[in-house]
Design a protein around this ligand. Structure first.
Ligand code: GLA
Length: 409
């Protein structure tokens, strides 16, 4: 055997395996849909297949929304050998069948579990099958089943039962990550502990929820105040965001009853804050206006920028008139994504100054929602913005202001 020749191949294979194991998720924030916000525990096989069909054919998949995440509502306890049981009335063909179906449509398949023993659905949504349905004492058995046998690509792990058992968060979520990695499958892992869990999570998870639920009554009309309070909570978490590791601001409420202006603002903020973009509306009934919002390629590109930065709050007039910004295309670049956000109850004028973006000299401005070039501006840009609305820009400067670098600390 020509060892020199083959050793190169062997080393390359080892390196590939190592990369696959150490980077199980994607470097970009996840884009997809989850069943919870619209349907709560009222999910079943037909409903989810219909959602998959709609996702694949409506333009959502083409715009980048690939993960179809099954949330709570399928648990049915365990068999005597410990294997997880799935509610066979709702899911007559089981979960491998559904994961295969999603894959056959060019989509990724997402699953849901719990770090403790009993599920959130058991605790809060009348699901007796959630007793003992969590991963606790079943980490490897369940990981093998979900990812190796069934082929799921994503896992959200909730914390209701674990909280009741007073389990240590870091220990539990790290053990689950290990069990996932042991399967050898590339899995995007979401920690759902409803607050920033601690810096350890940035090495363990692809994303982590940093807030309580965006809507405690699935199916009900979204509340604007819940959107803004999650944004406020995320204001100081930019330092924990990096390539492939993101603050999860919860599933989007776009298309579920806010005004079009509010939907656009909500989507803009999730994009510029580099949150996972997980839609929550009924995809079989997507309106033209919702489609226009969630498939805007230039706004989505701000979210999917691989620099791995989350926007900072640049100026704030008493929390009503705000400017948010982040670097695009590299930490040292001259490109900024900007959201000018009018949170007040009346139309207002907002100005963004290039000096606040770390830029000196004139800059070229493009409106991302309308996809129009606005021209070159000497030192600032001002827009009149309706109540609860945004103007979202790409600003390309010519010179950096001194040596200042505008990035996450
Ligand atoms: C918790 C999570 C929600 C949802 C429900 C399901 O409340 O935060 O996102 O998964 O559990 O029961």
């Amino acid at each position: 055997m020509d060892f020199k020749k083959n050793s190169g191949i062997i080393i390359s294979v080892i390196m590939l395996v190592q990369v696959a194991l150490s980077q199980p998720g994607s470097v970009k924030p996840l884009m997809g849909w989850a069943s919870w916000n619209q349907f709560g525990v009222n999910i079943n096989e037909t409903l989810l297949k219909n959602q998959a069909d709609a996702m694949a054919t409506s333009g959502l998949s083409a715009a980048g929304f690939k993960y179809l995440n099954i949330d709570d509502g399928f648990f049915d306890g365990r068999n005597t050998d410990g294997t997880l049981k799935i509610n066979s009335t709702k899911f007559p063909n089981g979960m491998k069948y559904l994961a295969d179906y999603f894959h056959s449509k060019g989509l990724k398949a997402g699953f849901y579990s719990e770090a403790g023993a009993n599920t959130c659905g058991f605790k809060y949504s009348g699901q007796p099958g959630g007793v003992g349905g969590g991963l606790y004492n079943h980490d490897q058995q369940d990981a093998d089943l979900f990812f190796y046998t069934w082929g799921f690509d994503f896992l959200k792990v909730d914390y209701c039962g674990a909280q009741d058992l007073k389990l240590d968060e870091e220990t539990r979520y790290t053990a689950i990550r290990k069990a996932i990695d042991n399967t050898g499958r590339a899995v995007n892992y979401n920690v759902c502990r409803w607050q920033f869990p601690g810096t350890w999570v940035t090495k363990v998870a692809d994303s982590w929820r940093m807030s309580t639920d965006i809507n405690f009554t699935p199916g009900s009309t979204p509340k604007w105040a819940n959107i803004t309070s999650i944004i406020d909570l995320n204001t100081y978490l930019a330092a924990f965001c990096s390539q492939g590791h993101y603050n999860d601001m919860d599933m989007l409420e776009v298309g579920r009853g806010l005004t079009a202006e509010e939907d656009r603002s909500h989507f803009s903020m999730w994009c510029i804050l580099s949150a996972p973009l997980v839609l929550g509306f009924d995809m079989t009934k997507m309106s033209a206006s919702t489609k226009e919002i969630v498939t805007n390629s230039e706004v989505i590109a701000v979210n999917q920028d691989t620099t791995g930065l989350q926007a900072h709050l640049i100026t704030d007039n008493g929390s009503t008139l705000q400017v948010w910004a982040k670097n695009l295309n590299g930490k040292q670049s001259m490109e900024r994504a900007v959201v000018m956000f009018n949170r007040s109850d009346a139309t207002a004028s907002i100005t963004v100054k290039w000096s606040d973006l770390g830029l000196d000299g004139a800059a070229i401005v493009r409106n991302l929602w309308t996809k129009t070039d606005l021209g070159s501006f000497a030192s600032e840009y001002t827009a009149s913005i309706p109540s609860h609305g945004v103007v979202m820009l790409k600003v390309v400067g010519t010179k950096a202001k001194l040596k200042e670098v505008f990035e996450a600390e």
